[in-house]
Design a protein around this ligand. Structure first.
Ligand SMILES: [Zn+2]
Length: 973
């Protein structure tokens, strides 16, 4: 029965939304009577409902005098509730039910996001939308969030991309809103020790000026049918006030001719040399149907013969090159970003010249129809056969796109190109000329050689005019080093499905012969797609820091050497990755199954044949150690995690230990080590998706044959022995202290080891962490304001939850933070004791929801199984086991865990506290009372001494005796 309520509020229904022929979801768009644009997606395979509300006001709408205000308002909105004023009741409700919420401010708009189990969507959505009513949050709450924004701002100081952007903003047309400082901080909000400025009126003023239903768009995705969604969503959204605001448009470029032809020399924080060429342009968005820039960036991004990338790499001047288009509300940029080598930074003008030689080569040639057609075809294949985006991405993107394009074109606007307009491409090429360029060079080399300081981030830099002669030369320069690419051989043409085999419930073992093992799971639900993983396991790979470093360098050499092949695959929707894992190397590929095998074979063949080249070894080695030493740009908690891992895992090493091998690591040593690593290997492969068993065995055998050129293939099952965890003694507490860079907050990891390796205890730990994480946010972040970055997480070991750690970044002293954590555990125990039954059940439900969650796409399905093969645990039904265990767990179980493992003085308590401190932050006094402080300090230099006396936990690797018959399937239970 349709209620009358449902159709009130709709001004127009849009049923003509163009979508992929393979998209069988029901989708409808609406314009509501209050002007709000709404998109409803009904998808029976979605387990959780999600919604995103986008309001067309972002950084660029910020008042000049209070820059960053839109971001601060974004932080405040979820506290804005008439029913629960000033509380994060909404977040608690969402988190405790296994959902999530988030918000994000961008240049032109701000997005608010909600995801929740379907049965709770109605209630959650009502609460979600209620935030957009009358402003009721208090000044005290604003003060709190200003601190969160300030802390967020400080975390950005360590990234070069924000700093480069800040310099560009400072040198653009000051009247253009592009120049607005986005994040905001105490200074931009004019808060100092003396003034106690009240921002509430400013926030209300901004809210009333920009938050109006007629410039909002909302997307909802759920498994409920459209009619039900309409009835749930439209009456709620109709309540949002329409202030009839005219949407702002920014089509002008922020750079006038007098701001162009400049070169910026910026002191970087990271030890990296970068070159960025920017071609700003007004009024780009109107060309969205023909996308003339695609032709240009497609060519600039080529990696094969005749490409810019190959040339500059061969000359040893650049490692990475990426051309992109960014369109911001009309105006936009074509950018070319390069990571330069030492040689490249010294000869940066030569690099710029080469880029213009390539651009001039495109300019001088006919615009080629066949290249346009290839781009068009690749985009069409992706549009038609692309995997579904997750719920989050789907609602986030569609709500954003509704602000930019006609509602019926939101799925195609950025995904397809339909018109070949050679004249327009020429037009874009013409504007990519030296008169219209900005060159940014960012490098630590400019330290102490600059004369300007950027206002917000304090970036030191120079700005210079590009010399006239140089510009003239760039207009004319030509080179015969460049030519157009060959057609891509990996583009799929066949999208047929393979013959359906018997039902697969878990991966089947197709072969297990002592040298190798093959696993397979056929799954035709995702169309003609496949996934193939290959594990080369070796007991030597992480035996000491030197071997680990060599393996990691080898991994980077592969990526560097095979770049042109891998990027062709990437273009055709085939991705490949290689990773150093605990017990070996992982190669993983997925994409359209038609050319996937051909691609995998070619890549593996290249890996087995490629010769170690001294030159590229030296380059990669230099960058590898440079990155390791680049502590300055790492977040304090990231540094703390590295320390914690190296103490707890037998196969992890701290950065200092790796850095120490730099000198002994010659090219010759590297070759010997790699030979040793490859002398004893076990090969395990796993195929998933649109395959047949027969072809999987053939493919795996052919790969093993190819790999023999490089690997000695003396079989070894003992790769797992090295992968173990150290056991901290019971009733112990250890502290490690390290230094962080000057601009950062302090970072702390408080780790509690539980050390359990069975499903039941692992699930208990998961529930404990879930119950805690919600309270940690409420207490340590919101109430105590310890910092912006506050959280609690699970530490894993072979797929089991092995421990819990708190992770906090704060300007408070680490002793103080540690004390707050201890206090928190104590108060949490009291809360848990008095917790009502239904609240506990909610937590239980949330954990069940976590684990019952059906993956949305082929990769996440396949990853779940490949994880088991990678870790060597082979518990393919882990999810079912977790769900059935979670149902049995009681509140008393969790209290018992707290009593046994976490509370100060607990019998099995084993705590490790890693504290990364900034010497310049003043420490506050720590009260001595009620403080669990009997910790033992481990000196940094004595870490190995300490580790060498710790016992190891057993391994959970499963052992399969070899079977000689390749036809028999081994039964798993
Ligand atoms: Zn923020």
């Amino acid at each position: 029965v349709k209620t009358k309520k449902c159709c009130n509020g709709i001004l127009k229904t849009h049923r003509d939304i163009i979508k992929s022929p393979n998209d069988n979801r029901s989708i409808e768009g609406y314009t509501l009577t209050n002007g709000l644009k709404l998109l409803l997606i009904s998808d029976p395979s979605t387990e959780r409902a999600a919604a995103c509300l986008n309001v067309y006001a972002g950084f660029m709408s910020s008042p000049e005098s209070l820059q960053g205000l839109p971001h601060l308002l974004e932080h405040m909105i979820f506290f804005n509730s008439e029913k629960f004023p000033d509380s994060d009741e909404f977040n608690s409700f969402v988190v405790k039910n296994g959902g999530s919420s988030n918000a994000m401010t961008s240049d032109t708009s701000t997005s608010y996001f909600l995801e929740i189990p379907t049965y709770l969507f109605r209630e959650a959505f009502e609460r979600f939308v209620a935030h957009f009513g009358r402003i009721v949050f208090s000044e005290k709450m604003i003060r709190n969030e200003i601190n969160a924004v300030e802390s967020e701002f400080r975390s950005y100081l360590t990234y070069d991309f924000g700093r480069i952007e800040a310099v560009l903003k400072e040198n653009a047309n000051p009247k253009h809103p592009f120049t607005i400082f986005q994040i905001g901080n105490l200074e931009s909000f004019k808060i100092s020790n003396k003034t106690n400025r009240n921002l509430k009126q400013d926030l209300i003023k901004f809210y009333k000026k920009h938050y109006s239903s007629n410039i909002m768009s909302v997307s909802v995705i759920s498994k409920d049918p459209i009619d039900k969604l309409k009835e749930m969503v439209i009456p709620v959204l109709s309540k949002i006030e329409n202030r009839n605001i005219k949407a702002q448009k920014w089509s002008e470029s922020p750079f006038k001719p007098r701001h162009l032809k400049k070169k910026f020399e910026i002191v970087s924080v990271e030890d990296k040399h970068k070159l960025l060429l920017l071609f700003p342009r007004s009024d780009m968005s109107k060309h969205f149907k023909s996308k003339p820039w695609k032709y240009i960036t497609h060519l600039l991004n080529q990696k094969g013969d005749g490409s810019l990338s190959k040339y500059l790499k061969k000359k040893n001047m650049c490692n990475v090159i990426k051309a992109e288009v960014e369109i911001i509300a009309g105006f936009g940029f074509i950018t070319i970003e390069l990571e330069l080598t030492e040689k490249g930074i010294d000869r940066v003008h030569e690099v710029i010249e080469a880029i213009f030689q390539y651009i001039n080569m495109i300019k001088d040639s006919e615009i080629q129809r066949k290249i346009f057609d290839e781009i068009k075809n690749l985009m069409r294949i992706d549009f038609q056969y692309k995997e579904k985006a997750g719920s989050y991405n789907e609602v986030f993107n569609t709500s954003r796109l509704m602000q930019k394009y006609p509602i019926n074109e939101i799925f195609t606007a950025e995904e397809l190109v339909d018109e070949f307009k050679p004249q327009l491409i020429k037009d874009f090429l013409i504007f990519m000329n030296p008169e219209n360029v900005l060159a940014v060079i960012s490098s630590p080399k400019f330290e102490n050689k600059t004369n300007k300081r950027e206002r917000w981030y304090g970036v030191n830099y120079n700005v210079k005019d590009l010399e006239k002669e140089f510009l003239v030369n760039l207009t004319q320069t030509k080179s015969s080093n460049f030519h157009f690419p060959e057609p891509n051989e990996f583009i799929a043409t066949n999208f047929e499905l393979k013959k359906n085999e018997e039902n697969y419930e878990e991966p089947k073992m197709l072969k297990n012969d002592g040298n190798s093992r093959i696993w397979f799971f056929q799954d035709l639900r995702f169309g003609a797609r496949g996934y193939f993983a290959l594990y080369i396991k070796s007991p030597f790979i992480r035996i000491d820091p030197l071997y680990t470093v060599c393996a990691e360098i080898f991994n980077q050499m592969i990526k560097y050497d095979l770049e042109s092949m891998l990027s062709k695959g990437e273009e055709a929707g085939l991705s490949f990755e290689s990773n150093i894992i605990n017990a070996g190397i992982e190669f993983k590929a997925h994409g359209y199954s038609d050319k996937l095998n051909q691609f995998v074979l070619k890549v593996i063949e290249a890996i087995s044949n490629f010769e170690f080249d001294k030159q590229s070894f030296n380059n990669i080695k230099r960058d590898y150690f440079k990155n390791l030493k680049n502590l300055k740009s790492k977040l304090p908690v990231t540094i703390a995690v590295t320390y914690a891992n190296s103490i707890l895992q037998s196969y992890e090493w701290i950065d200092e230990e790796k850095i120490a091998v730099e000198e002994e690591l010659s090219f010759q040593t590297f070759q010997v080590v790699m030979q040793n690593i490859f002398s004893k290997v076990f090969i395990e492969s796993f195929a998933y998706g649109n395959y047949e068993s027969k072809e999987v065995v053939e493919l795996a055998d052919e790969l093993a044959e190819k790999l023999k050129c490089r690997f000695l293939m003396l079989p070894s099952h003992h790769y797992s022995r090295i992968v173990r965890s150290y056991r901290l003694p019971y009733s112990s507490s250890f502290v490690i202290k390290a230094r962080s860079s000057t601009e950062n907050d302090n970072g702390i990891i408080d780790y509690f080891q539980f050390g359990i390796k069975n499903i039941s205890a692992s699930v208990k730990l998961q529930m404990l962490a879930r119950a805690m994480s919600q309270r940690v946010f409420d207490v340590l972040r919101s109430k105590e304001q310890l910092g912006y970055f506050v959280g609690v997480n699970l530490a894993k070991d072979e797929g089991y939850n092995f421990g819990i750690y708190f992770m906090i970044e704060s300007s408070n002293s680490t002793e103080y933070i540690d004390q707050r954590i201890e206090e928190f555990i104590k108060s949490f125990k009291d809360e848990l004791e008095t917790m009502k039954g239904e609240v506990f059940e909610d937590i239980q439900k949330a954990v069940l929801n976590d684990d019952k969650k059906t993956p949305q796409n082929l990769i996440s399905f396949a990853d779940r199984f490949s994880e088991e093969i990678k870790e060597g645990t082979y518990i393919f039904n882990r999810r079912d086991l977790i769900v059935s265990e979670a149902k049995k767990i009681t509140k008393e179980d969790l209290l018992q865990m707290l009593d046994d493992y976490m509370i100060c003085g607990a019998k099995y308590r084993a705590k490790l506290s890693v504290r990364v401190e900034n010497a310049q932050l003043k420490a506050e006094p720590v009260s001595a009372s009620n403080f669990c402080s009997e910790s033992k300090l481990i000196k940094l230099k004595k870490i190995n001494d300490f580790k060498s006396r710790l016992p190891l936990y057993g391994s959970k690797h499963r052992y399969f005796p070899k079977t000689l018959s390749t036809k028999r399937h081994l039964k798993n239970n």
